[in-house]
Design a protein around this ligand. Sequence first.
Ligand code: GLU
Length: 479
Amino acid sequence: MRTRFAPSPTGPLHVGSVRTALFSWLAARHAGGEFVLRIEDTDQERYIPGSEALILETLQWLGLEWDEGPEVDGPHGPYIQSLRTEMYREHAEILVQRGAAYWCTCTAERLAAMRDEQRRRSEPTRYDRRCLTRQDEVDAERSAGMPAVLRLRMPDGTTEWDDLVRGAVSFDNADIDDQVLLKSDGFPTYHLAVVVDDHLMRISHVIRSDEWIPSTPKHLALYAAFEWTPPRFVHVPAVLGADGLKLSKRRGARNVLDYGEMGYLPSAIVNAMALLGWSSGSDEELFTQSQLCERFTLERIHPAPAVFDPARLDHLNGQHIRLLPAEALVEALEYHLPGSSKDTRRSLVPMLRDRMVTLADAATLADPLLHEWDWDDAIEFPPRKVDAATARAVIDACIDSVQHGGLGDLDAMRERIKAAAENTGAKPRDAFRALYVAVLGTPAGLPVLESMAFIGAERSLERLRTARQRLNVRKIPAS
Ligand code: GLU
């Protein structure tokens, strides 16, 4: 099996296009085949400088390495279409010779008028083949220097194929336009280039978004004209946002690299993307990259549109964080805890690991441990469900325990504080929230006794005493 991902450099990759790349990569890896990366940059008008680099960076970050393509090269290169224009012209010539394509000198004005007229008559807008019937004149016009495009002569009849996702698909060729194959500047259009390249690069399975289904009859007409065996077509369903609309660059879909900045792991993104239109056949959702390579088959792609659910990505991200070996997490957190030392991160990781949805949560969670924080009136103290007497009792027990036992035996300390809470008739779980606020400034967060061990006895006592004083201040009735 040889698959390919053929992005156009029209901006960064978003979830929808990455999902297509992932399916192509997984299919090749599952089958022990090759995955080819090809940059389709024939449309100069839509070109956005810098996009190729972003595309390569995104695939590399996600671990979707390609066997042939830019940077690694291969036996069927070059893998950038603008470097292959000569090949497209040679192939266009074959089509002309075989009568499968014809030159057209219709001006933009004439084509616009033709379309207006077709619309007025409520007909589909398509080329009326005026030049097909006057090829001698067209030849003379071209010799005289008139600009011309080359068009596919769409054959009569119907086009059918067995799509690996859609099953039998069929089109009446009468509904299909005579597609421009070479533009007047000699550059090929996508349709000519994609067919020539998929054939010359020996692609066995064309895996792409289902928005290309209406173009496939044109491509099959080209395969037939060249007398080439077409590849299998695998049209994968669209990816919709939570609003039910298709994710697209035009609608501002997010650059996948941004997810890295937001604290998502590449393995979680790959896992979440794989579930967009594919299912393993079981209820399992959590998959590592190698498990996906093992389980993924094209036959299990569903034709229905898939909805990208950010909550599912969050859930998977938390699980992938917990799959990471501790030392890998220490590395991964460097970006999100800037300025922290490796040792600091090593002591934080056991506390953070179970509490992070994204790596970026580490910054918020660890903040009260890494920096001093100020009391402000927005902090409710004692917190809800805890009365002042209970708060005083647990803080006093905690201060006493640190002063006399230090922070070496956290279990003993926990028991002591629990007993103090129970003495006041409070539930220990509620009472502990007073301690959280005292030490961390919030009623929830990293485990409070471990946090105290992290900041040390001196800073812990300071925070506990400040909190204790606030309870005293509160006691003084306002006069
Ligand atoms: N260059 C096309 C795109 O970016 C690729 C379509 C295809 O895979 O055939 O959508």
